[in-house]
Design a protein around this ligand. Structure first.
Ligand SMILES: [Zn+2]
Ligand SMILES: [Zn+2]
Length: 332
């Protein structure tokens, strides 16, 4: 059921089959020249049919969609972009940092797979577990029809559709080119996966995300702190009112997680694999996870360990080609 959030602006609901998060919430925004759709859904017949039915319910056809704004290129947001483009020729818009992933992830992944294998081994994954983890994101490619963007954003732009105006906030962390959109006059914020009401989005260090992604993520949360918002419009779960409260909760969650990980590193040091398999994750134990979720847990762990390297709490060493993390100073 489409939900009217503001006059003529709808929150749609598109299912993600066989996925615990259930559905993605694209937003349909009216404008002078037609509609803008924020995010899309996986490329499955059910998702496309659901999107079409939701549009029909609010009296909009695909031809009226002029723009497709993508918060980031994960399959649940970007998957249907190519198909929508084919149907109505909408202008596809992503952040410039996301554009590069379209080729390396969806069009020609061979090189990425090779890097992934080395990366898993370097981070302590046992040889026999590696191949399944390496291949684990390949099935998701089936749910994406890749299309190159017509326009890229950098953050800081204002997209004026006539009725509503969106300010673009670059919020790296969950993905390097993740963007949020702020409608200042209406006090609503479209947060994509950056801020969700109960789930904490995955923040990962992986072969395609270098540097300090958790540092980027926390800084991106802080960047939203001053915004006056009455309703947060995320891409999953449901809308909610208290932006600042949720930002604080997420920051606290990561603080706690950092301490837990530091405790597991202990006095002897550990690999990312060791730490990931020792954490009590909110969604279960590492041992109960699928190969894909295990890989996500390792890259999430690594984002935290690397953050503590930047903070000076840990340092990284290499032993026989394997990265280990050790406390920078012995515990007092
Ligand atoms: Zn995502
Ligand atoms: Zn998502």
């Amino acid at each position: 059921m489409a939900k009217e959030v503001l006059s003529g602006l709808y929150q749609l609901k598109v299912p993600i089959p066989d996925n615990p998060i259930g559905y993605v919430l694209p937003y349909l925004i009216p404008g002078d020249d037609g509609y803008t759709l924020v995010d899309s859904g996986w490329n499955t017949p059910e998702a496309f049919a659901a999107l079409e039915a939701e549009l029909k319910e609010v009296g909009v056809s695909f031809d009226q969609i002029k723009r497709l704004l993508i918060t980031h290129v994960h399959p649940d947001h970007y998957g249907l972009a190519g198909k929508i483009k084919e149907v109505c020729g909408a202008e596809v818009i992503v952040h410039q940092r996301e554009r590069d992933f379209i080729r390396s992830r969806y069009r020609q992944p061979a090189q990425l797979l090779e890097r992934m294998a080395n990366w898993l081994i370097e981070n302590g994954v046992p040889e026999d577990e590696m191949p399944d983890m390496q291949q684990s994101s390949m099935p998701a490619r089936a749910f994406v029809v890749p299309v190159d963007p017509d326009t890229v954003l950098w953050g800081g732009e204002t997209l004026d559709f006539g009725v509503y105006r969106l300010e673009v906030y670059w919020t790296p962390g969950h993905s390097p080119g993740h963007i949020c959109f702020y409608e200042r006059a209406q006090r609503v914020l479209f947060t994509g996966d950056h801020v969700l009401p109960t789930v904490t989005p995955n923040v990962s260090l992986h072969p395609q995300q270098q540097g300090n992604p958790l540092g980027d993520y926390l800084a991106s949360l802080e960047r939203l702190m001053p915004l006056e918002v009455e309703e947060v419009l995320p891409a999953h779960e449901h809308s909610f009112p208290d932006l600042q409260g949720r930002l604080r909760e997420i920051i606290e969650h990561h603080d706690t997680r950092l301490d837990e990980m530091l405790a597991i590193v202990g006095d002897d040091g550990a690999t990312a694999y060791d730490v990931a398999s020792g954490i009590i994750w909110t969604t279960g134990t590492f041992q109960s996870f699928s190969h894909w979720t295990r890989r996500a847990a390792i890259s999430e762990t690594l984002a935290h360990l690397e953050y503590m390297v930047y903070q000076g709490r840990l340092h990284q060493t290499k032993e026989n080609g394997i990265n280990r993390y050790e406390r920078a100073e012995p515990e007092e």
